[in-house]
Design a protein around this ligand. Structure first.
Ligand code: HEC
Length: 139
């Protein structure tokens, strides 16, 4: 069951630190699978080595940014990966809200190039999709 935002807010307000990953574990992978098909599948395959418009997201959780084999990334992705960025669940959830803004902040640049222009505002959607991606790697 999902921890409600109100409970999280209450816990945070009362000084109990709740780590992002604890909250993330509450994402719903079953819903995430459906959301992935609707929101990501057109550009991303989950099969190893299969790149579409976007890189394959096979084993994406924990992977270094900009390293999907055979995919030609925008240079800012490669640079972020070389400087240590990897796709932990927290990073993925943050990235999906606004990819270019996330990368710019990570690289401390005013602007970056990103060909992923989609932004996903809803936190539930992002958490569910990331829970699904994590679930695939646990199998
Ligand atoms: C319209 C096409 C499109 C859609 C829809 C899209 N993406 Fe992307 N995505 C891209 C492209 C293109 C890149 C590579 C960006 C670049 O190199 O500039 C990318 C990059 C990424 C990366 C970085 C991968 C890496 O190996 O570093 C992740 C993670 C990602 N997308 C996840 C998602 C998820 C999850 C969704 C659905 C919520 C999604 N994307 C929806 C096109 C898309």
């Amino acid at each position: 069951m999902r921890i409600s935002k109100t409970i999280i807010a209450a816990l945070t307000a009362s000084g109990i630190a709740l780590s992002a990953s604890a909250a993330l574990a509450e994402g719903d992978p079953t819903q995430g699978e459906k959301d992935f098909k609707k929101k990501c599948d057109a550009c991303h395959s989950l099969k190893e080595g299969k790149n579409k418009i976007g890189p394959s997201l096979f084993n994406i959780v924990g992977r270094q940014t900009g390293t999907a084999p055979g995919y030609k990334f925008s240079p800012d992705y490669v640079e972020a990966g070389q400087k240590g960025l990897k796709w932990d669940p927290e990073q993925l959830v943050a990235y999906l809200e606004n990819p270019s803004k996330f990368l710019a902040a990570n690289l401390k640049k005013a602007r970056v190039k990103s060909r992923m222009r989609n932004k996903f505002k809803k936190i539930e959607l992002r958490e569910n999709i990331v829970a699904y991606l994590q679930f695939l790697q646990k199998k």
